[in-house]
Design a binder for this molecule. Sequence first.
Ligand SMILES: O=C(C[C@H]1NCCC[C@H]1O)Cn1cnc2c(c1=O)CCCC2
Ligand SMILES: [Mg+2]
Length: 513
Amino acid sequence: LIGIDVAKEDDLSEWYQQVITKGEMLEFTDVPGCYIYEPGSYGIYERIQDFFNARIRKMGVRNCYFPLFISEANLQREKDHIEGFAAEVAWVTEGGKNKLEKRLAVRPTSETAMYGYFSKKIRSHRDLPLKLNQWNNVVRWEFKHPMPFIRSREFLWQEGHTAHMTEEEAGKEVLQILDYYEAIYHELLAVPVVKGRKTVAEQFPGAHYTTTVEGFIPSTGRGIQAGTSHCLGQHFAKMFDITVEDPHAKEGEKKEKLHVWQNSWGLTTRSIGIMILTHGDNKGLVIPPRVAEIQAIIVPVGMTAKTTAEDREKHYAETNAIKDALLEAGVRAETDMRDDQSPGWKFNHWELKGVPLRIEFGPKDSAKKVVTIARRDQLAAGKSEIPIADLGKDIPALLETIQSDMFRKASDEFRDHRKIITKWDDFVPALNAKNTCLIPHCLVPDCEDEIKELSSGKIEGQEVDARAPSMGAKSLCIPFDQPAEGLVQGETKCTNPKCERKAEKWVMFGRSY
Ligand SMILES: O=C(C[C@H]1NCCC[C@H]1O)Cn1cnc2c(c1=O)CCCC2
Ligand SMILES: [Mg+2]
């Protein structure tokens, strides 16, 4: 595994491809848009699963599994949601040598696979709330350029599907799940996200409303949807006849059937791509300690041809004792004792793999009863020494410091690229300077289309991103945290120069994935 031979700031897609393959996170296959998730990335996905499972279990959500294939009849049951997506559905038309009577859809999401079951199992209000989740794969025949982790034809995710008696009970869960998505990014992946609501134009057509966590890729200045939690309202319940008898109906009165209120929520392996793009540098991956398989790699140094076999043995024993002390302290530590590679080679290798902390240990360190450490997130800061006696306390603390420093750095970067814009003439230049923009907006879908149009052309004299000159800005979300700056209801105008309406909310716009 030689190092990365292109700079992130010079050629992001080449850099990204090298970092994920040489960092042993993902491999390409001969199926377009389908990738191998190597243990490096799959291990991170498992930590996300453990984190999320622990929390949804406390909410009474139970994991389950529904079929990969969905009948065409079932897929068509919810009209307005499927017609918008029909082009993305993959179909199976043959089984062995036989053409199938009826073609089968490969699930692109499981609403229509699950809600017939919901209709059968939910008869009385006592069957509510029903809360199920699936960890599975889905297929969407995307035509846009595939990008490992970020946009693939098959991806892994969890999809939660719940049914409730009331809209407010459903609404509470929508926000609880969104908080957990934010926590996965903030606490595990050290990636900042903005919580908000999708505008009508950008929400999932089958939903009553959609909430979202929006990420940001600094290298391109583009926003990226990082997770969604929808209230589906009663749309699907009406399509799939998911009803309960009115629990408040008086005795003897005809019992009215009430449609349940549903939610669905999903987070995908895209989260891993966002983490890599956010933290990676020109030496390779930079993995946040909380999701790192190896948190500290111990490399013995100072062994030369002149080192006697006895001294080498003694030194290696001391090196292993350091590892044991760290394991004892709950640190995921490993040693690299390979005698066929130099320390320099090992330093580059583990930097490429993104291991958060390197611990060098040589005879000089041993004599001083210290180790020499190098932080992966601050290689330029050089090395420092830690007394061996303090390792059990100092290393766990240092890993937590690295985690929070990585999150703070990424949060500051995102914050510095969320520009408050109130004058249209500042909008496109801000986009071209790799920013997202918060603007007073009327929330009308047609107006969003106009803004996309107005921000997609080339502007005379403006330096435009060569690879996406034609990409207009779309709305990313209506942030729950609205800027303090005054948007005077009924007075402040919508920022779109062609729009005569008043602004309703501050809306975050940006070029996006
Ligand atoms: O998948 C959802 C809604 C919902 N599905 C479950 C998890 C949460 C949330 O994403 C929206 N959606 C997106 N994309 C597609 C579909 C679709 O329903 C259906 C057809 C193929 C493409
Ligand atoms: Mg899509």
